[in-house]
Design a protein around this ligand. Sequence first.
Ligand SMILES: Cc1cc2nc3c(=O)[nH]c(=O)nc-3n(C[C@H](O)[C@H](O)[C@H](O)COP(=O)(O)O)c2cc1C
Ligand code: SF4
Length: 466
Amino acid sequence: MTVDTDRLLPPAPVTSLADHLDAGGGEALARAQELGSDAICDLLEEAGLRGRGGAGFPTARKWRGVAATARDGGGSVTLVANAAEGEPGTYKDRTLIEQQPYAFLEGVCIALEATGAVTAHIGIKEKFTVPLARLTTALTEIREAGWAHADRIEVVTGPDAYLFGEESAMLEVIEGNLPMPRIVKPFEAGLAASTTTASPTVVNNVETLAHVTAILAYGAEWFRQAGTEDSPGTMLFTVVGDVASPGVYELALGTSLRTLLTDVAGAEDVKAVYSGVSNAVITEAMLDTPLCFDRMREAGSGLGSGGFVVYDRSRSIVDVLRVLVHFLAVESCGQCNACKLGNSAMADLLAKVQRGEAEQTDLEALLRWTHTVTDQNRCYLPVGSQIMVGSTVEAFVDEFVATVQAGEPTPADLPTPLVEHIDDDTGEVTYHERYHLKQLDWSYSDEEPGALRLEAIRDPETPHPQ
Ligand SMILES: Cc1cc2nc3c(=O)[nH]c(=O)nc-3n(C[C@H](O)[C@H](O)[C@H](O)COP(=O)(O)O)c2cc1C
Ligand code: SF4
């Protein structure tokens, strides 16, 4: 078992800039300034760094693209560091920020140098109070120390919504709006874009930027000592659910999924695993797949942002899928009718199956919705439900049919696997405690109707609030 924990995650949290400098911090940024934009991108290309936010997109290609758009008269580049971490089963970005915020911030400074971006915005949820405090303290320290570009970085807090992490929706939040995805991608029309200026924005995940720092510090060859040809380096993996040792682990890419789940996290009797909510279900038969972007895709699923939710054989697959699809139905923003309607309909149908009230035709209807839920989609969210529902029903069709035929309620006791906290010492995982109260319009059912002013609806004479 190769457990490589010393690249991004330090043996003990780095709590001051002085400690970071003692361990060689700051050298990566100094090297980046010597190299300049093109040579930094060459180095990242040589290292083969791929984004850790979900799609595995090559970082150098992304950076070169926005720089070229700006050069061709597209206006100025801006940078966004994505610390929203809203994917179910993921906790690695918060762990990284809490344990080593300086390496991440150094990566932001290097990205500013390489892309020529005028500003960097770090988008993080307001509710992530501990990492937020670590981040703002560390940012103050590097500003006071006069780090290059540090005075052009700002932290933007955002809402507790899945879509806050979708890159174009994050731009909306930075501009003061709700997290509603845009039709146009950030590299085509970024922050403060106009009809005549693209102002491209590059969006990168927290972990991606921390790898940038390590590559500048130690080189491309060192980076490639871990990982595979197509997926070099290490990655931070979160494992939660039915495992003995949930947590965040740094492993070389190419390690088998079985090693991560069973040897490291202590999973037994695996029934179904989900790498977030955008990929097909992973079954026992797929556990020997190497943790690489392409091999996971070829095996029929995906690596996502490295967060795995494990369900063992004691779980009802109907409950598993019901919880995940309900999450997507709630989080869908409703700009595209097929997405909100389709996800809500699928969530309702799965709840009907769980209550033991469904018929065979309900299963057929569920599968029919997977064909239309993505119609005219602005963002990738409904592709997740399409893939998850289709793959899960196919893999566990006998259990779905047997549940419908039995006509009896099955368990409904699983939490939505949105990780709030993983205790380092005990390994105890806390999930979002209020998620079951979140409604399709993003309000919480135990909140005062407040803005709705129900009495005003009933009595038109009631004066409007000022
Ligand atoms: C619905 C949705 C939610 C997302 N949430 C996150 C998130 O919480 N954090 C993140 O880094 N990327 C998230 N992404 C991916 C981002 O849109 C973007 O691709 C990523 O931040 C790019 O970073 P990278 O190139 O460094 O991987 C999400 C995408 C979608 C469609
Ligand atoms: S696809 Fe769904 S989540 Fe994405 S913008 Fe459209 S309605 Fe919103």
